[in-house]
Design a protein around this ligand. Structure first.
Ligand code: AMP
Length: 285
């Protein structure tokens, strides 16, 4: 059994479960608060705090784990990054009070106090820039520290920027871009590596499918060349005969969901009929 450490609660936990479920690794927990769950096949999930996952995996208590890239970097442990899971996107930023007079990170003066739940990354960031600051480690709600007089500035996570704004803070620099990652124990044996390779492919196939749709349409044979321009697909569209279709053939293609609106309109303009768009569960190129 390979153990995969997953966040037990918090921002990442729902999406991690959804991703594993979509990849056919259904999280079968024995109860809401179970500490472990079978994922089917050769994997077992252990549920721990997102912050603790880098340590669990680096210590070999789990062969792999899913957590935020910010937390992986803050832990500073040797871990093998296997895959960017593309959700939980956020940035670790330096932010100052609107009225602080700090509008660029260069304005941060020697000896200023910086509150952060990410003391290691904060220290490293300012050290690399040659700016001497005092890091004030906090375990949450760093954004209120400047208002309490505990710190001059903060290094905090943001995605939409609304929490910073609500607290009268403005961003002055980015320390790190983050998203959820699958990371592995660096010394896994070859059997574990094979299983993790399969897991990576399964999760990747779900991510690849998310931004795409399967499109089918009947189009006049005479417009096939133009249809090919509109529907590049993975290897060009599949063209299928339609029984009693007259001068129509069916075309099938995987298309980007971002361009779907334009693609459907372009097909209609080329005489396309019976246009059908469906979701794709998994896509292995
Ligand atoms: P948790 O504290 O368990 O809710 O998980 C926090 C993790 O979610 C962070 O370490 C980030 O990797 C990720 N995350 C994504 N967006 C945000 C955000 N806007 N604020 C804080 N954490 C975020």
């Amino acid at each position: 059994m390979l153990k995969i450490a997953l966040p037990n609660k918090g921002r990442l936990s729902e999406e991690v479960r959804e991703l594993f479920n979509d990849a056919g690794l259904e999280v079968r927990a024995r109860g809401e608060r179970a500490l472990t769950a079978s994922l089917g096949g050769e994997f077992e999930a252990i549920f721990v705090r997102a912050q603790d996952i880098p340590e669990f995996v680096a210590d070999g208590a789990a062969q792999a784990g899913v957590t935020g890239w910010d937390l992986v970097n803050e832990a500073g442990r040797e871990l093998e990054p296997l895959m960017d899971l593309e959700f939980g996107r956020c940035r670790l930023v330096v932010a100052a009070r609107d009225e602080s007079g700090i509008s660029r990170v260069e304005d941060v003066k020697e000896g200023m106090r910086v509150a952060s739940c990410f003391p290691r990354l904060t220290q490293a960031f300012f050290q690399q820039r040659g700016q001497k600051v005092t890091v004030v480690p906090v375990s949450g709600a760093a954004e209120i520290a400047p208002h309490l007089g505990i710190a001059d500035i903060v290094v905090d996570l943001t995605s939409t920027g609304s929490t910073l704004k609500m607290n009268g803070l403005k961003e002055v620099a980015t320390v790190l871009e983050s998203s959820a990652r699958l990371v592995a124990y660096p010394r896994n044996d070859s059997e574990a590596r094979r299983a993790l390779e399969e897991l990576t492919q399964a999760l990747g196939s779900v991510l690849a499918a998310r931004g795409r749709r399967y499109l089918m349409a009947n189009v006049p044979k005479t417009s096939l060349e133009q249809v090919r321009e509109v529907l590049p697909g993975l290897n060009g569209p599949t063209v299928v005969d339609v029984m009693n279709g007259g001068h129509f053939v069916a075309v099938h293609a995987v298309v980007s969901s971002r361009n779907l609106y334009r693609t459907v309109n372009a097909l209609k303009a080329l005489g396309g009929q019976g246009i059908l768009v469906t979701r794709i569960e998994r896509l292995m190129a």
